[in-house]
Design a protein around this ligand. Structure first.
Ligand code: HEM
Length: 147
């Protein structure tokens, strides 16, 4: 298969887009904290700037990087014939959770843009740590392949 010779190049591209996606997943929830603080303090002008930044990070980094990670990851699983391996099934579960987190953060940004604040500041800050935990588990699964 033609793609088999390109396996290492696909791994490299996969990891590059993983870095972009994770960067976005670390930044957007932090923006949400600052955005919500501006809303609570009644700083409407600043809140409007956060809406713009959140839309940009979503369309320029988060969405394209997530699509690339999925397409390249599924290609690797197929070309490398990893589908029967337990670590990949566990990894997919965590990547699905990470994708769900991505959707939640984008949804929270849309709600903030309408002035809706569902979480208090402490919870919002705690939820910021979720992508780091997920990325840790995923990287261990990929490299250690415990099952
Ligand atoms: C979207 C679904 C994903 C699928 C189907 C997928 C699948 C794969 C596969 C099959 C490999 C090659 C493993 C090997 O050759 O040993 C790989 C490599 C890798 N993946 Fe993913 N992946 C996905 C998402 C992610 C995410 C979200 C992360 C990190 C947060 C990640 C991190 C890595 C890393 C670091 C490698 C390189 C491992 C090596 O050196 O071989 N992947 N991925």
């Amino acid at each position: 298969m033609v793609l088999a010779g390109a396996y290492l190049w696909i791994v490299a591209a996969h990891v590059i887009f993983v870095i972009f996606w994770m960067a976005g997943l670390f930044m957007l929830p932090r923006y949400l904290v600052y955005h919500q603080e501006a809303l609570v303090a009644g700083r409407g002008d600043e809140a409007a700037i956060w809406i713009e930044r959140e839309a940009k990070i979503r369309s320029i980094i988060l969405t394209p990087a997530m699509i690339a990670v999925w397409v390249l990851g599924l290609t690797l699983a197929t070309v490398g014939q990893h589908w029967g391996e337990g670590w990949l099934h566990a990894k997919l579960l965590f990547v699905l959770l990470l994708s769900g987190y991505h959707g939640w953060a984008v949804g929270y940004a849309r709600r903030l843009a309408r002035g809706v604040m569902r979480l208090d500041a402490r919870r919002l800050r705690m939820i910021n740590e979720v992508p780091a935990l997920m990325a840790t588990v995923i990287v261990v699964l990929v490299f250690v392949k415990p099952f």
